[in-house]
Design a protein around this ligand. Structure first.
Ligand code: VG1
Ligand code: CO
Length: 543
């Protein structure tokens, strides 16, 4: 086995997005495409020589072959050791945990998360830093720079190794430790939550459905919910991970997790339902006959986290992405703790968590997590809900109703317009940005615009600045419109329109969000000219 220096030419399109590099699978499988990106990653972090990494992915099509290539590049760059999940599989939060547990120099996660998988669908790769979190912008920019100047990569000329058997193997001089993908993560969950109390609730007849959507969380859900907590067999559905996710779109929202929604709103609905995404970092939570919006879920978890042993001493602070509703801010104000507002993407929470400023973080896109890892964590959120339900002994509907009665309700919805022509989406956003200075004072739909800007964020820990993170239009009555283009899509552009309106109560807390938000929705269409610019008048996904 020799280390080869392979000449290559740069690809111009390897800029990491909101969460790593995502492309159509055939693009990733082009000769040298993955090799270049992995070499550029190692270059950007000052080389791999002597370092230890974690490697795993969500099991989608090409995951197995990509792992072998990444291992050969790591060995070619002199890495000392790589810890790989058995079968090259790790959920994103489990990978984050293994990086921290083993104090490695980072990790490579193969996932396109909530995007569909398969030969013609999506693939992705991202690098996480030694804190276990997604690389911050300074690192992703260095990676992108290296992809543009790359002329060669280092590769150990070696055959594939067996990643299906637990234990240690060597690849040239590099050690490869194949580990159980679930065990350490399940132990971490057991250390945070009152497993006996949750197990007692299941023993008393509490029924749950967890839809793993044929993606990575199946084995995690089976081990934790069914084996360790004693939930009935069959609690986990679509529990076998498949390379194409069984044709499912593994995005846990009411549109794509429609089977779960139908059951939870049906005649024999269980007490609690949840779903996870491709790589296990997202969660959707549903009560019997009631959907919990992710922004509300974050607020309820923040208000009740102290009921779980891992958070009994209270929260240092909370953080949410800017487009996420302000529901959690109201909880923070009552608790007297700090509330941070960051750009979209988990990488912006890393410094706040590392610095002990925030304990809980969340995004409106079904992402919630805490300082136990440095990624959002779907099963963690489900378990925190279960812990709260076990202690409060009330239904999800009762808990939500009490929450709104106490804090008021931030009606919230996100409307996605997918696969718009990129030039049209860009033109729309440019025109909207250009109009911002003229908007304050404007009356529309009976509301007055009080401020309009393009969100910029200064990280309070390292002072780094991120510009143009989404257009915000704020109204005098507290309503809000946010618009930005997705950074995770692989086809055209996706426009995300985030809509929010606050109802203080006690009246008007039980409306359908789409009805409560109707004037805000109409204002968004009028102010941005969505129809005239894109030809689209209706979103294709509403969450
Ligand atoms: C989306 C979400 C964002 C999330 C990101 C990665 O990004 O809006 O909140 O952090 O996906 O999630 P964008 O740029 O498409 O809006 V993941 O689960 O799934 O990697
Ligand atoms: Co994900």
């Amino acid at each position: 086995m020799t280390i080869q220096t392979v000449p290559t030419t740069a690809f111009a399109d390897q800029k990491p997005g909101t969460s790593g590099l995502r492309k159509k699978t055939p693009a990733f499988m082009k000769p040298n495409y993955l090799e270049n990106f992995v070499q550029a990653t190692f270059t950007a972090i000052g080389g791999a020589a002597g370092k230890t990494f974690v490697l795993g992915g969500d099991g989608r099509y090409f995951n197995d072959r990509a792992a072998q290539i990444i291992l050969r590049i790591a060995a070619g760059n002199g890495a000392a050791r790589v810890i790989v999940g058995q079968g090259a599989v790790l959920s994103t939060p489990a990978a984050s945990h293994l990086i921290r547990l083993n104090k490695t120099d980072g990790g490579i996660i193969m996932s396109a998360s909530h995007n569909p998988g398969g030969p013609e669908e999506d693939f992705g790769v991202k690098f996480n830093t030694p804190n276990g979190g997604p690389a911050p912008e300074s690192v992703t920019e260095a990676m992108f720079a290296a992809t543009k100047t790359i002329t060669e990569y280092k590769l150990l000329d070696a055959p594939d190794i067996d990643l299906g058997t637990l234990g240690r193997v060597s690849l040239g001089d590099m050690i490869v430790d194949v580990v159980d993908p679930v065990a350490d993560y399940a132990d971490l969950m057991e250390s945070l939550f009152d497993f006996p109390a949750i197990a007692q609730m299941f023993a008393n007849g509490f029924r749950m459905r967890f839809d793993a959507m044929c993606a990575v969380t199946g084995p995690y859900g089976s081990e934790i919910l069914e084996r360790r907590l004693g939930a009935a067999g069959g609690t986990v559905t679509h529990g076998t991970p498949l390379p194409d996710f069984g044709g499912m779109h593994p995005d846990p929202n009411p549109t794509w997790a429609h089977e779960l929604m139908a059951e939870m709103f049906g005649p024999d609905a269980p007490d609690f339902g949840a779903a996870s995404d491709g790589d296990g970092d997202r969660n959707m939570v549903v009560g019997r006959g009631i959907y919990v919006s992710p922004s509300d879920s974050l607020a309820v978890l923040a208000a009740n986290a102290h009921l779980a042993p891992g958070y009994a001493k209270g929260l240092a602070g909370v953080a949410r992405s800017m487009p996420t509703s302000a529901a959690v801010d109201r909880v923070a104000a009552k608790l007297g703790i700090a509330a941070y507002e960051t750009p979209t993407g988990w990488k912006f929470f890393g410094n706040l968590l590392d610095d002990g400023r925030a304990t809980l973080c969340g995004e409106e896109s079904f992402g919630t997590g805490s300082d136990h890892v440095r990624e959002k964590d779907g099963l963690w959120a489900v378990l925190l809900w279960l812990n709260i339900l076990a202690v409060r002994k009330e239904s999800v509907a009762e808990i939500l109703a009490q929450h709104w009665a106490e804090y008021g309700r931030n009606y919230y919805s996100r409307h996605d317009f997918e696969a718009i022509a990129t030039d049209k989406a860009d033109a729309m956003m440019s025109a909207l940005r250009a109009s911002l200075p003229t908007l304050p004072g404007t009356q529309i739909e009976g509301m007055t615009i009080s401020a309009a800007d393009d969100f910029a964020y200064t990280d309070p820990v390292d002072g780094s600045v991120s510009q143009k993170q989404g257009v915000r239009i704020l109204f005098a009555d507290g309503s809000r419109i946010v618009m930005r283009l997705s950074g995770t899509g692989t086809e055209g552009a996706t426009l995300r329109v985030y809509l929010e309106r606050y109802a203080p109560g006690p009246e008007g807390l039980d409306l359908d969000p789409q009805d409560a938000l109707a004037p805000v929705i109409r204002a968004a269409h009028a102010l941005a000219g969505i129809g005239p610019h894109t030809g689209r008048t209706e979103p294709n996904v509403i969450t």
